[in-house]
Design a protein around this ligand. Structure first.
Ligand SMILES: C[S@@+](CC[C@H](N)C(=O)[O-])C[C@H]1O[C@@H](n2cnc3c(N)ncnc32)[C@H](O)[C@@H]1O
Length: 210
């Protein structure tokens, strides 16, 4: 029963999924505000929120960038529907929310100045190729910000309850980012153990052969 409920954290589905997507907006408020506080965005930024869940971060980004545009993607139909409802006032003007997997983002190369992945990389199918795909849609020198509440791979409390979930350490994330077109700028650890890691998309010239 609990497992059945918690699988909606990986992919909200049906009525229970809708409930979880809305619940994540409330439950992640503190970590989301903390994570987003590390981002400096111009007023007219074009930002992507990957695994947008219930859409609360999209709403925050729209407020942070009053002349900007914010896109959200999520592979869950329920997440998309809850996100669109929450951001209804900006839909079709400054906000676009699409159903898609991180593994095949429906955007041209170099579209976004920044991309966010909050509480979602645990569920991505292959971090190396997925980071590569995120890299593709970010402009050179664009920022990729990851924020995770759980960062200790030895902690099996959640992975034993949610099939397909994987926990990454700061070092693992940094290594995967560096190997897939990013350079880690900075990372922050909250007193509760949360991790936020900021990476910048390298220009071709930044890449050197050993
Ligand atoms: C735990 S929720 C986090 C939602 C939101 N980012 C937040 O911080 O509240 C994880 C979200 O990531 C989405 N997700 C997981 N894997 C995904 C993938 N491969 N592609 C797109 N979305 C994905 C899920 O559908 C879910 O809405």
């Amino acid at each position: 029963m609990i497992k059945n409920f918690l699988k909606n954290c990986r992919k909200p589905q049906g009525l229970m999924g809708r409930f979880v997507a809305k619940g994540m907006n409330a439950g992640h408020t503190e970590i989301s505000k903390w994570g987003i506080s590390h981002l400096r965005l111009p007023r007219d930024a074009h930002v992507l929120d990957i695994g947008c869940g219930g859409g609360a971060n999209i709403r925050r980004l729209l407020t942070m960038c009053p002349a900007g545009r914010v896109c959200g993607v999520d592979y869950s139909e329920e997440s998309i529907s809850v996100s669109r409802k929450l951001n209804a006032a900006s839909m079709g003007t400054r906000c676009e929310i699409k159903r898609a997997s991180v593994s095949a983002l429906p955007f041209e190369d170099g579209t976004f100045g920044a991309a966010l992945a909050f509480e979602t990389v645990y569920f991505w199918p292959d971090l190396a190729t997925d980071f590569h795909e995120v890299n593709r849609v970010i402009k050179p020198k664009g920022i990729f910000l990851i924020c995770n509440e759980i960062c200790d791979p030895a902690n099996t409390v959640w992975t034993s309850r949610i099939d397909g979930m994987r926990i990454y350490s700061k070092e693992e994330l940094a290594g995967l980012l560096s190997g897939n077109g990013f350079s880690v700028l900075e990372s922050w650890t909250h007193t509760s153990g949360w991790l936020c890691i900021a990476a910048i998309k390298c220009e071709r010239d930044d890449v050197a052969l050993a």
